[in-house]
Design a protein around this ligand. Structure first.
Ligand SMILES: Nc1ncnc2c1ncn2[C@@H]1O[C@H](COP(=O)(O)OP(=O)(O)OP(=O)(O)O)[C@@H](O)[C@H]1O
Ligand SMILES: Nc1nc2c(c(=O)[nH]1)N=C(CO)CN2
Length: 180
């Protein structure tokens, strides 16, 4: 048995629907899922905001099998790889795997813990929602996720905004003022 933290994101097409396929795809192994967050794009590519969720899953899978299942769901969402850190229909990242302690790997196919998670409010803020005591191994030592979030630039934190639960109806946009 291992426990994994996964991050899913989408900003092309039906992003909320794509995130729902991840929750459905891991339904039998799901321990917790955050609400949806609308997040400013990370990584310097100009593009639409993302929707992101973080999930905790547990089951009889190796780290590679968590990655493979995520990749299957990306493919089902017709994921294409064009621009690094660019727009996508669905991205599923493995953030950590715990198997009697955090799995550490420098393998480029699956690097664990995910080396960029520590810089990503769109991963850490939803993770904290579902696990307020979460810890993350970093090369500088094991850190509390709440401390990592507190250490991020405030603009990064403020770019991550609650956008409702996945099972809730999509919030209606009341800002356009077109109803008359
Ligand atoms: N922890 C990990 N989670 C997901 N993919 C990983 C991980 N470590 C290595 N990879 C590899 O990274 C490759 C590229 O992944 P992807 O295209 O999703 O990158 P990205 O989302 O653009 O960037 P980032 O890796 O910064 O999230 C994948 O084919 C996968 O094998
Ligand atoms: N806010 C946010 N930014 C991103 C995301 C993501 O899921 N959310 N995924 C990316 C793909 O590598 C690049 N940038």
């Amino acid at each position: 048995m291992s426990r994994a933290v996964l991050s899913a994101g989408a900003n092309v097409g039906d992003a909320r629907g794509a995130l729902r396929t991840v929750v459905d795809g891991f339904a039998d192994e799901l321990v917790a899922v955050s609400q949806v967050y609308a997040t400013a794009p990370w990584g310097g590519v100009e593009q639409d905001d993302f929707l992101n969720i973080t999930l905790v899953v547990e089951g009889n899978r190796t780290p590679r099998e968590w990655l493979r299942r995520g990749a299957e769901l990306e493919q089902a969402a017709h994921r294409t790889r064009d621009v690094r850190w660019g727009p996508r229909t669905l991205d599923v990242d493995v953030i950590t795997v715990d198997d009697d302690g955090p799995v550490r790997s420098d393998d480029p196919v699956l690097t664990l813990p995910h080396p960029r998670a520590v810089h990503r409010a769109f991963v850490l803020v939803p993770w904290l929602e579902i696990d307020p005591d979460a810890m993350l191994w970093t090369p500088a030592g094991t850190r509390r996720v709440d401390d990592l979030v507190a250490a991020l630039p405030s603009a990064e934190r403020e770019g991550v905004r609650p956008a409702g639960r996945l099972d809730a109806p999509t919030p209606t946009d009341t800002s356009s003022g077109t109803a008359r």
